[in-house]
Design a protein around this ligand. Structure first.
Ligand code: SF4
Length: 731
């Protein structure tokens, strides 16, 4: 219906110059966002269309017919007459129900295309990673987006793939590789795995790694402490199955490995997630586990598979560096896109940008990035493609160093549980401007020395929330972080491993002295102010659906205990064909910009939390995830009986507290195989207090019943449990 002699846009859309308006009066210029990938293009139209913002329209381009979101009309006075925007397509019509159905069918074909292309690529040695596949509405054109450099061999492969599923044309689209050319690999590290430490140490480590992971007498041995630490620095922890295989998993008997993949503040490609789940089946226990710190674990890897698996990680631009060990760890922050709430957006964007930026500056070198297909650009946002600027001394820390970032109006990352918590002050983005007309200076508050782990058998050890150090300009956050890391590296204590944590340095030094030292070092570079103590960050949880500032909808997919099983693979594959941006959340969840609504997992009103513990975690003294259901059912049934609604609940298999039991309203921590400590009233800004110990779900219910019943009778209006608990003060 569009291409006729009267149509001034008539012509081949393969040549953009054919599309320049013949007269600016007859052709209107529109800005649209192509679905599913989010490319922004200008289109012309001669039709009398008046779409609402974000209304789906049908667009013809040189590469097929696509659904697009209509964003805005570009009026002639917004463009220069000499240099009008290049038109890359034509808006044909508003999308009808029939068009939407064709789009769904195209998604199905894209899934097939993904499989075919993967099969074809498997027979080549081309160093590219398939990211996403898209098929147009008429099922004639398709795009294969990949990471890597264009190669002459790709053309014939495109023809081969097109013939397999009867497409007229398949086009390769190269996405910029955020790593650039990988460096040489003199260290002996498995190909594709980037270097963390100086060459000599790396070579020694990998030589030893080859020995202990080759079939032979060493394969099933426990490893020495220093080698375990070195392996941890590269993302690998040796484990031993100490109980029966949990349902749905196949962990080898005896010793195996857990490997942890880091993300860019939660960002990961759907295609990478698909690959990880397939490798989990091939090399591990068949599942993935999302951690509370937004990384991804594979469990039950046989030692002899590790080289092969690391090769695959490298080929798919996945990194294990910075996920474990004595380094700055995966930075954690809210995974949501900036919301459409006026007044909050800038601070929310700053949180994410800061997390990515600090990742670039301080995480060990390795590939972790997210593609922002949909936030007005399609570019890789990386953490961290380049080596950190920091000195070697801070790349080899005495212990792990966790950094969390939040805004003061939304903290879903338990930011005060981190060694360094950075909290963006929302009001600082606009208060000066409104009050004095002066440009605003965005500010952040620094909190230091948080860590909720403790040693149950040592009363010198204690959990602690981070303490306020002071307020600095946002733009100085990286410099301040480097200074604090330097202080940590130089001032570690001559003590056993647990007491090497930064929180003990902070405890011994005290905040006033630490402030003085910070100011002395910072000189006039950073103005650390302690004049107005901040309001503590407000705890945040995520609804099932969030509308972002650019109008797109992101959905939260919850996976109980963070465990993704093989039956979730089709869902992940659909996301991959949609090029759906994905972020690993902070609460056993994925945040996905997907149009999928069918099959969405029902969200619990409040997610329970559990760490993996038995049978694999070597530090576990009792089960957590494998018994989570019994404990949770007992707790939530009791809460229902008391008519107080669901009660946030977390259970951990040891006092490291990986499931955050001390910052959850009801926390249960295994301190010995037969003793679980019970904590009540925890929130991200106040640690729960110990109210007793139990040895079974029935005992737990008996212990907390009086509290829940009292809460039911004494609560004020919408008061939540933690607020009531601290108001009555344990009386
Ligand atoms: S809390 Fe303890 S048992 Fe649970 S995963 Fe962490 S270290 Fe292992």
């Amino acid at each position: 219906m569009t291409h006729n002699a009267d149509n001034p846009l008539h012509g081949s859309f393969g040549d953009k110059h054919d599309l320049q308006p013949a007269t600016s009066r007859s052709i209107r210029t529109m800005l649209v966002r192509l679905q599913p990938a989010g490319d922004l293009i200008h289109c012309g139209t001669i039709h009398d269309l008046a779409p609402a913002r974000l209304q789906p329209v049908v667009v013809q381009t040189g590469e097929g017919v696509w659904i697009a979101d209509w964003l805005s009309e570009i009026h002639p006075d917004q463009t220069s007459a000499e240099n009008p925007p290049e038109l890359a397509g034509e808006v044909l019509r508003l999308a009808s129900e029939e068009d939407q159905q064709s789009s769904i069918a195209a998604e199905g074909l894209a899934l097939r295309l993904h499989d075919e292309a993967t099969a074809v690529l498997a027979n080549t040695s081309l160093p590219i990673v398939l990211v996403a596949t898209e098929v147009d509405l008429e099922h004639r054109f398709a795009k294969l987006r990949f990471l890597g450099k264009p190669h002459e061999a790709l053309g014939p492969l495109a023809d081969q793939i097109a013939r397999r599923i009867d497409l007229q044309r398949v086009q390769w689209v190269s996405l910029q590789d955020p790593l650039g050319a990988p460096g040489d690999n003199a260290s002996g590290a498995p190909s594709g795995q980037l270097q963390a430490l100086p060459d000599r140490q790396e070579k020694e480590f990998w030589d030893r790694w080859d020995t202990v992971t080759s079939p032979g007498p060493l394969l099933d041995h426990a490893l020495g402490k220093s080698f375990r630490v070195a392996a941890g620095n590269r993302g690998w922890y040796q484990q031993k199955r100490r109980a029966a295989n949990p349902a749905g998993r196949h962990i080898p008997a005896g010793r195996s490995w857990m490997v942890r993949i880091r993300t860019a503040a939660g960002g990961i490609l759907a295609s990478q997630l698909v690959q990880l789940l397939k490798w989990a089946e091939e090399y591990g226990d068949g599942t993935l586990r999302l951690t509370m710190r937004q990384s991804i674990q594979l469990h039950g890897i046989a030692g002899q598979s590790s080289d092969e698996l690391m090769q695959k990680f490298g080929d798919h631009l996945l990194s294990t560096l910075g996920s474990c060990g004595n380094s700055v760890r995966n930075l954690t922050c809210c995974p949501l896109p900036p919301s459409d709430r006026e007044g909050f957006r800038a601070a929310e964007q700053a949180v994410r940008d800061l997390a990515i930026g600090l990742g670039n500056d301080f995480l060990p070198r390795g590939s972790a990035f997210e593609y922002r297909f949909s936030e007005q650009r399609s570019t890789p946002v990386s953490a961290s493609p380049k080596p950190p600027p920091a000195t070697e001394s801070i790349s080899q820390l005495p212990h792990k160093f966790k950094i969390g970032i939040a805004s003061d109006h939304h903290d879903c990352a338990d930011v005060l549980s981190n060694d360094l918590g950075i909290v963006v002050r929302t009001a600082s983005f606009h208060s000066d401007r409104f009050q004095t007309g002066a440009p605003s200076v965005p500010l952040v508050d620094l909190y230091v020395g948080g860590s909720t782990s403790y040693r149950a058998d040592d009363n010198r050890s204690s959990p602690q929330l981070a303490l306020w150090l002071g307020t600095i300009p946002l733009e100085k956050a990286s410099q301040a972080t480097e200074m604090l890391l330097g202080m940590f590296a130089r001032r570690s204590l001559d003590a056993s491993r647990h007491f090497q944590r930064w929180k003990y340095v902070v405890q011994r030094t005290g905040i006033p002295i630490l402030v003085d030292q910070f100011r002395q070092q910072a000189g006039d570079q950073i103005d650390l102010v302690r004049e107005s103590p901040p309001a503590l960050p407000r705890p945040g949880r995520h609804p099932a659906e969030v509308r972002a500032s650019n109008g797109q909808t992101w959905r939260r997919w919850h996976f109980p205990c963070g465990r993704i099983y093989q039956h979730d693979l089709p869902t992940l594959q659909r996301w991959a064909t949609e090029s759906a941006p994905i972020r690993v959340g902070t609460d056993h969840d994925l945040i996905v910009r997907s149009r999928m609504t069918d099959g969405a997992m029902p969200l619990p009103p409040i997610a329970d939390r559990a760490c993996p513990a038995m049978p694999t975690c070597p530090l576990a003294v009792a089960p957590a995830e494998t018994e989570w259901k019994e404990w949770s059912t007992a707790v939530q049934r009791m809460a229902e009986e008391a008519a107080i609604g669901p009660l946030p609940f977390a259970i951990s298999g040891c006092s490291n507290g990986c499931s955050r039991p001390l910052t959850t309203v009801l926390g249960v921590i295994a301190e010995t195989p037969k003793r679980r400590a019970v904590f009540l009233g925890g929130t991200p800004t106040r640690l729960g207090t110990r109210v007793g110990q139990v040895n079974s779900p029935a005992e737990l219910v008996q212990l907390i019943r009086p509290w829940l019943l009292r809460f039911h009778h004494e609560r004020l209006d919408d008061e939540d449990f933690a607020v009531w608990f601290w108001r009555i003060g344990l009386k």
